[in-house]
Write a protein that binds this ligand. Sequence first.
Ligand code: NAD
Length: 435
Amino acid sequence: MSSAAPSNIAVQNHVLPSYLNADNLGPWGIYLQQVDRVTPYLGSLARWVETLKRPKRALIVDVPIEMDNGTIAHFEGYRVQHNLSRGPGKGGVRFHQDVTLSEVMALSAWMSVKNAAVNVPYGGAKGGIRVDPRSLSRAELERVTRRYTSEINIIIGPNKDIPAPDVNTNEQVMAWMMDTYSMNSGSTSTGVVTGKPISLGGSLGRREATGRGVFVVGSEAARNLGLDIKGARVVVQGFGNVGAVAAKLFHEAGAKVVAVQDHRTTLYDPAGLDVPAMMEYASHSGTIEGYRAEVISGEQFWQVDCEILIPAALEGQITAKNAPQIKAKMVIEGANGPTTPEADDILRERNILVAPDVIANAGGVTVSYFEWVQDFSSFFWTEEEINQRLVRIMQEAFRAIWQVAQDNKVTLRTAAFIVACTRILQAREMRGLYP
Ligand code: NAD
């Protein structure tokens, strides 16, 4: 791999809109810094790197709905297609009160990198609505979902861009999206979204896939560090689709999950929390708050003695402030973008291994890919086949990235970006610019 500096990049039209400015670090600024870090390793492909710094397409939509009380509410929604060089767009849809265009842009870019890192034939996309879904009734949630789907209908489709669940969206939301798209197009189109219920063309193993991928990558990383999972102490931020499943699999493998944090509380038990019982509790209450265990503060959470830390909530959680306090030997990023670049540097200096999001949480999109393939052929695989294929893809991708990190003496994040950005830009170069 050449280490030529990217001095030969001719950037035309360099007056960037303010949201593309890396100085103003939000999620998109963080992503731009990550691209800058990888550019010296891209050799002659560096002349295409500007492609990665601009989303191909960003759609902002107004989502008006009638509320149950008769008033009209407007929500802002987005669908961003960051890069489609390697295939149709792929990435989740997030419903959250803090969703911004910058955030969705960054999440779409990380999807481009992730899909290329595990070599599934997709570009990167992401969507979201700035709404607190907990404040909506079920009927209002359905109306928001259906109106949003209709608004982005023009750019999604099984061969164009395939949404999936993300924070606060689930199988039911995917079923409404699939139905709305199908109603608009006049025929049932199961392949337009993934993460659907099994009865509507969903895949076995999809619900657990991201957490399973976190566990596979965590196990590989632990093996490389000579760390035994059995007896290892694990700390998890976020107890949703990703965090709870990852916690359960580590628990089943003999690790002790000693602290868990969700949006309401932080629970701690040095002897190990009963993860299945907490999952059962959270399935009824929507939170782990109130589960019988010691409560610690949000600040103490980052100082808990452990070997493995799994951020599996939101981005920007591990910062220059809490990174010096982290006791773990490794951080396995279940969430997208949980670590700021400054925190990344601190963790590296402190010799704490970071398995980056673009590989650690790629299990979900990998099984989404399986779901999409199964929908096209209307032929469904067993859960065993799915899990075997998932484990193989994740292990191979992680081992390849580990090797690139060793060869170039870079972090796993930079290594993953080297592998992924090379694939994306090779595709871009081979396709050429149109017209
Ligand atoms: P989810 O909605 O199922 O769960 C989110 C969890 O985070 C909840 O337990 C919530 O209480 C907690 N949380 C929210 N805000 C918090 C805060 N400020 N502090 C602590 N905890 C907080 O979402 P999910 O699907 O598990 O996604 C979690 C992360 O994983 C996101 O970054 C998402 O982009 C990423 N991810 C998800 C998938 C997937 O397949 N669902 C795939 C790849 C990446």
